[in-house]
Design a protein around this ligand. Structure first.
Ligand code: LER
Ligand code: MN
Length: 287
């Protein structure tokens, strides 16, 4: 692991309509290694992001894809699937321009909680669509992280075990699965065990507390989670994805505490937890 520390990122989704320069400056100022950028290539200038992040000495960890109803990779209508594939391919180009390694992937629209076709057929479309975008991404040096979402945001892939099965069926090698502690707190029997079982195929991590605010504010215990990530030798980014308490995670609106306050608190708290875990492991001879 670089410098023997986790590499931290902050998802700028919650910096609602702020200009990118201000967001990049805040994340760099609070000691982050990278920023996660919203997946809207028509609204965000990738070249400008590349310039700003380089200038600030940080990277772009990941693209937070926005899977609205018209970006559904398992839609029964082939034209709709093609439109979703086009969107994800555009995200791959967007990521490549910023030298961003990872695009977040989910097979269906956020907020779609019922299948529109036979589940076996939808699974087949998911494998096909992901393989298509994955092969395109491989040619551009970009990887995917297949993220599991909780049951109130999707019926399709709620747990890491399902994400691993789907990813394996695509036979792709550029990427793997993604755990988000907010979703995992709802769906997994054990968050650390779900991460451990993803050894070798974990591509990205989203961290948030149980109420989706900064870790340390609610009831998720981050020590065993970091312990599990160290056990499996996880060496990619951990990104805070902190969002207000609204049914639609993509709903807009300015929520002041998610700007300076949570950006600072999240990294300060997690670094302190990380130090504790690493010290304990050193003392136990398990660096
Ligand atoms: C995206 O990373 C996510 O976790 C979903 O809840 C949609 O925001
Ligand atoms: Mn997430």
């Amino acid at each position: 692991m670089a410098d023997d520390r986790f590499r931290y990122s902050y998802n700028s989704l919650v910096y609602y309509e702020e200009d990118t320069a201000t967001s990049v400056d805040r994340v760099a100022r609070f000691g982050y290694d990278a920023i996660e950028i919203v997946g809207e290539p028509s609204r965000i200038d990738a070249k400008q992001v590349a310039r700003l992040t380089k200038g600030a000495g940080i990277g772009v960890s990941s693209i937070c894809s926005i899977y609205t109803a018209d970006r559904d990779l398992v839609h029964p209508d082939p034209d709709s699937r093609r439109a979703a594939i086009r969107y994800v391919k555009d995200l791959v180009d967007f990521a490549a321009t910023m030298e961003c390694p990872t695009v977040v992937l989910h097979p269906t629209a956020n907020g779609k909680t019922q299948p529109l076709a036979d589940p076996a057929e939808e699974w087949k479309w998911a494998v096909e669509s992901i393989r298509t975008v994955g092969e395109y991404a491989a040619g551009r040096g970009v990887s995917f992280s297949l993220e599991a979402w909780n049951r109130y945001e999707t019926y399709f892939v709620n747990r890491l075990e399902q994400a691993r099965r789907l990813w394996k069926e695509t036979e792709l090698t550029n990427g793997g699965v993604q755990g988000d502690t907010f979703h995992m707190n709802i769906e997994e029997v054990s968050i650390p065990d779900a991460f451990r079982a993803s050894e070798g195929v974990l591509q990205h991590v989203h961290l948030a507390d149980a109420d989706r605010t900064a870790p340390g504010g609610a009831h998720i215990d981050f020590e065993p989670i970091l312990e599990a990530l160290l056990d499996i030798g996880y060496d990619k980014y951990v990104a805070f994805e902190l969002l207000p308490a609204m049914a639609d995670p993509f709903a807009s609106g300015r929520h002041e505490e998610f700007f300076d306050r949570y950006t600072e608190r999240a990294i300060r708290y997690l670094r302190a937890v990380e130090d504790q875990v690493r010290t304990r492991r050193e003392l136990a001879g398990r660096a």
